[in-house]
Design a protein around this ligand. Structure first.
Ligand code: ADP
Ligand code: C5P
Length: 244
């Protein structure tokens, strides 16, 4: 049983969440919808707080030699493409104040061990970003706030073509084939159905400054309550008043 370190009184799960655990934000949405851009805007505005960004991309499975020879048949947009057990394990560690080494995924070699892993330290705010971060209920349950970035499919496709050809050096024909064979069907089957779990849906992604401002305001309010609980531990008795 956990006890409040100062009062010695037992803490409820809800109290513990507010008392010592970081504020976890999930950011989902289609590929190239602007998830990373929105996360960067939130992080920029929260420059005075300890914030870390964890990408679901870091948890892509490494491809086997056989899969590598037929990479154009591999579905990177299916939930099974990710090592969700490792993601859960690393997120749990971060939530409980342990640092973790998170792989840097290489989109060119399709491997997560080409680059050195990134050491991620525990923080006040953890942002978990990725196309399917709302898919697994155990991952959703880690989140205090869920954001879905909602950008039209044509805009996502246009951005993807530019990004994959210019930045990833891929052939435009292969990008379009992958889009119609895997990306679009997976968006309809797995990503869009998770929109219903969102607390906030942001239309137009990073262009929506009002939405980002409101989100940052909310996070600051929650972090302020967290600080209050640290200063006045007895506040946990009335903490339920703070829930929204
Ligand atoms: P995601 O993380 O959802 O894949 P990103 O934020 O990385 O999306 O954006 C995908 C691509 O679109 C990037 O190349 C980015 O520079 C571009 N992009 C994102 N938001 C905008 C925007 N509002 N206007 C123009 N380009 C954008
Ligand atoms: O950053 P973003 O959310 O756009 O990343 C997810 C996308 O990356 C997926 O749509 C997937 O098709 C693509 N991907 C890829 N090649 C890989 C791994 C992922 O094109 N090796």
């Amino acid at each position: 049983e956990s006890r409040n370190t100062e009062t010695g009184q037992p803490m409820t799960c809800e109290t513990e969440k507010i008392y010592k655990q970081p504020f976890v934000i999930g950011v989902a949405g289609g590929a190239a919808s602007g998830k990373t851009t929105v996360c960067d805007m939130i992080i920029q505005q929260l420059h005075d707080q300890r914030v870390v960004l964890v990408n679901q991309d870091s948890f892509y499975h490494n491809l086997t030699e056989e899969e590598l020879t037929r990479v154009h048949e591999y579905n990177f947009d299916h939930p099974d493409a990710f090592d969700t057990e490792k993601l859960l394990c690393d997120m749990e560690k971060l939530r409980h104040g342990q640092a973790v080494d998170i792989p840097n995924y290489d989109f060119k070699s399709y491997k997560n061990d080409v680059f050195p892993a990134r050491r991620v330290n525990p923080s006040d705010v953890i942002i978990l970003e990725g196309i399917l971060v709302f898919h697994d209920p155990r991952v959703r349950d880690l989140m205090n706030m869920k954001i879905f970035v909602d950008t039209d499919a044509d805009v996502r496709l246009a951005r993807r073509i530019r990004r994959d050809t210019v930045e990833k050096g891929r052939d435009i024909g292969a990008v379009l084939d992958q889009y119609s064979k895997f990306v679009k069907p997976a968006f309809d089957d797995f990503i869009l159905p998770t929109k219903k779990y969102a607390d906030i849906i942001i239309p137009r992604g990073g262009d929506n400054h009002v939405a980002v401002d409101l989100i940052v305001q909310h996070i600051r309010t929650k972090l302020g309550q967290h600080d209050l609980c640290k200063i006045y531990p007895n506040l946990y008795v009335i903490q339920s008043t703070f829930q929204i």
